[in-house]
Design a binder for this molecule. Structure first.
Ligand code: NAG
Ligand code: NAG
Ligand code: NAG
Ligand code: NAG
Ligand code: NAG
Length: 273
């Protein structure tokens, strides 16, 4: 049976352990408060072939004002010899830049002191597809983030209405999309779609829908594994107006290395009486 002294002793030990745990927790919280991390607003961008694409990368600092100094940025591509881009010691350092990226890349130098190291890639080609790593180091901390760039071709269709038939014509799609027409009630309507491909393998798409009812609204959906273009088309008299927006698929068949890995830290309090 425990004596009064033993109970007091055990209580004291318990209190000491609880207070130690609290102090460790507070220290951990205040330390993580000054930590910085490198993040991207889009780690899975889909670039439109031939157009420019921004690869987003920036340093996010908690409670630290802008005005970073000693900023160094390196952009690399997995499997590539040399670099995509490098800025260090206050200047561009493109000596090791791979020829694939010569004259096609740009950093926003004015934005570097705010931690923005986003890279503009001009005239995206299919060979640009792959995993990029953006590394930042600065007076306010640093880190790295991986971005997986995918490429596709997509363009908004234009619409024509003649003799009761509504036609959607889109000049650039890759991979080959499918086309689905539906009415305001989301009922699928039978359309006729044909494709022609150019020498670069890019498809032009023509899809028609017959027996249109004037002053109705229709939806034309062009979709492949990467991009979906949704057009809302309103026919009024002989006028036809269409509005298109694009959505991009999230992870499809990506290498597992690009998936987020979560780390969980567990604090064990080991107490033996
Ligand atoms: C970084 O700069 C680019 C180019 O000015 C801009 O488009 C982008 O929104 C900026 N990103 C952040 C997080 O400020
Ligand atoms: C318009 O449609 C009508 C009936 O559907 C058809 O007889 C006529 O040939 C069509 N005209 C044209 C220019 O396609
Ligand atoms: C598709 O086109 C063919 C040939 O032009 C035509 O005979 C058929 O009726 C069309 N089908 C639909 C659903 O518009
Ligand atoms: C137009 O309206 C008629 C009658 O409501 C319907 O049968 C037809 O499917 C409609 N056409 C289209 C393209 O929705
Ligand atoms: C169209 O293509 C997408 C992506 O490849 C696919 O998920 C969808 O099932 C297809 N839809 C039709 C109606 O074939």
């Amino acid at each position: 049976m425990a004596t009064f002294g033993q109970i007091i002793f055990a209580s004291m030990i318990t209190l000491i352990v609880i207070f130690s745990a609290l102090i460790i927790l507070i220290l951990a919280l205040s330390l993580s408060g000054t930590l910085s991390e490198v993040i991207s607003t889009n780690t899975l961008p889909v670039a439109n072939l031939g157009e420019d694409q921004l690869l987003s990368c920036f340093l996010s600092t908690k409670g630290q004002p802008a005005g970073l100094t000693d900023v160094a940025v390196t952009w690399e591509k997995t499997g590539l010899t040399g670099l995509v881009y490098r800025y260090q010691n206050g200047a561009l350092d493109l000596a090791d830049q791979n020829s694939q990226f010569k004259g096609r890349t740009q950093l926003f130098l004015d934005a570097l002191t705010t931690g923005n190291a986003s890279l503009l890639l001009r005239g995206v080609a299919r060979s640009d597809e792959g995993e990029y790593t953006c590394s930042i180091s600065s007076s306010g901390g640093g880190g790295k983030v991986n971005i997986y760039l995918r490429t596709a071709a997509f363009s908004a269709p234009t619409f024509k209405f003649t003799n009761g038939t509504l036609a959607a014509e889109a000049s650039r799609w890759f991979p080959k999309p499918n086309v689905t027409w539906s009415n305001y009630d989301r009922l699928i309507l039978p359309g006729n779609t044909s494709f022609t491909s150019n020498s670069a393998g890019i498809f032009s798409v023509v899809s028609t829908l017959q027996s249109i009812n004037v002053s109705d609204t229709y939806t034309c959906r062009m979709e492949n594994d990467l991009v979906t273009g949704i057009s809302t088309v309103t026919v009024a008299g002989t006028d036809v107006s269409g509005n298109t927006y694009f959505t991009y698929s999230a992870a499809s068949s990506l290498p597992t290395s690009t998936y987020l890995s979560l780390t969980t830290s567990v604090l064990y309090i080991y107490y033996v009486t």
